[in-house]
Write a protein that binds this ligand. Structure first.
Ligand code: PLP
Length: 402
């Protein structure tokens, strides 16, 4: 029945690169040694973990000893924020973040608020951009940490983190950035960003699920998060996920190598999809920054429709997309990101995210542009709001205003 086979949800997760799988296989089979041992099997796996550490470090302009493996982006975000806050409890109990962070950051900050820290949630403009000036204004003598993501997972806006980093450096405040959506897709240089802490996750760049890393700048002290053995230079306990770590290193080095070409190719597909939607579907508004944007992200609000209904029609045609963050599906609350951008409830409910990746082609964009306009027309025909609009009783939100 399905007419198409389109995967347009690469911001939720990406398929494992076959070369990453091949690199992992020996560690799921014969190379099972625990890297903490002293015999040959252990030395072999230890060497491979350290090779992956070099691969991650090289891709973000860090030193290998500044890379610490975790069980994913969520753990790295939790560790960075709780660890930085806890290490400064005596002197500094204020944290600054933005209203559009991933829940791994927002819910961690909310948890710390209950434990006696105070948190400032910075607003964003209509493009989803955090202004560096707002960061500077929010800094207090007791500010311990600023955490602003490098790129937003829902609307794709790339944040001015290096300008924010100049401010945090000047004030002697730590800077963490959640770079999960950016890593492998746009260039990352921890020095240029002035970042002290930076999070990455393998499954967002064609590595395996359940493995990530935290960059901790040399000399930066944060409290330990996982307590136990002496792994990861005594800073993150737990037997290493060797296969996952090796797969992550391989996937990241491939992504870094292919980045310039893929960035150009995927951005061109994104721009074709954006202009195609704008040309064929009335009352459609692009969400997120038009230019400072992740190469694969296309997020639109379509007036008079429910995003969830559109997702179901798309799914019936074999097209996989998302209405914001996968983590919020099942909840009826509109996306906190779109709300923070000042997008009204009804518009936020009609929002859909398509995220393109390395397997998408021009034919995928053409296929989507073929099926999408009639679906939206059909949903609008059934919408009482649209009925009111065409009979002159209702009004559309102003789409002309950029
Ligand atoms: C996916 C994601 C995370 C969580 O990473 P996991 O490895 O899935 O735990 C954190 N932040 C952002 C921006 C993400 O997109």
């Amino acid at each position: 029945m399905q007419k198409h086979n389109l995967y347009l949800d690469n911001a939720a997760t990406t398929p494992l690169h076959p070369d990453a799988l091949a690199a992992m296989m020996p560690f799921l089979t014969e190379r099972y040694g625990n890297p903490s041992g002293i015999y040959d099997y252990a030395r072999e796996t230890k060497k491979s973990v350290d090779e992956a550490r070099r691969q991650i470090a090289a891709g973000i302009n860090a030193k290998p000893e500044e890379i610490f493996f975790t069980c994913g982006g969520t753990e790295a975000d939790n560790w960075a924020i709780k660890g930085a806050a806890e290490a400064r409890w005596d002197k500094a109990r204020h944290i600054i973040t933005s209203a559009i962070e991933h829940h791994a950051v927002l819910h961690t900050c909310q948890y710390l608020e209950k434990r006696g820290y105070s948190v400032t949630y910075l607003p964003v403009d209509e493009n989803g951009t955090v202004s560096p000036e707002s960061v500077e204004k929010a800094i207090r003598p007791d500010t311990a940490l600023v955490s602003v993501m490098l790129a937003n997972n829902e609307v794709g806006t790339v944040e001015p983190v290096s300008a924010i980093g100049e401010i945090t450096r000047k004030h002697g405040v730590l800077l963490h950035t959640d770079a999960v959506q950016a890593a492998g897709h746009i260039p990352i240089d921890v020095e240029a960003l002035n970042a002290d802490l930076l999070t990455v996750s393998a499954h967002k760049f064609y590595g395996p699920k359940g493995v990530g890393a935290l960059y901790i700048k040399k000399g930066v002290r944060i409290a330990q998060f996982m307590h136990g053995g002496a792994q990861e230079n005594n800073r993150r306990a737990g037997t290493e996920n060797v296969a996952g770590i090796v797969g992550m290193g391989k996937a990241f080095s491939i992504a870094a190598q292919e980045l310039p070409g893929e960035y150009a190719r995927v951005s061109a597909l994104r721009d074709r999809l954006i202009s195609g939607i704008e040309a064929t579907i009335p009352h459609a508004k692009l969400n997120g920054h038009r230019h400072d944007r992740l190469p694969g992200n296309v997020n639109f609000s379509f007036a008079f429709i429910e995003g969830e209904s559109l997702l179901l029609l798309l799914d019936m045609q074999g097209c996989r997309a998302s209405s914001g963050s996968a983590c919020s599906s099942g909840s009826l609350d509109p996306s906190h990101v779109l709300m923070a951008m000042g997008i009204p409830h009804e518009k936020a409910h009609g929002s859909i995210r398509f995220t393109l990746g390395r397997h998408n082609t021009g034919a995928d964009v053409d296929a989507l542009l073929e099926i999408l306009p009639p679906m939206i027309a059909r949903l609008r025909e059934m919408s009482p709001l649209y009925e009111d609009f065409i009979t002159g009783k209702g009004q559309v939100w102003n789409t002309a205003k950029k």
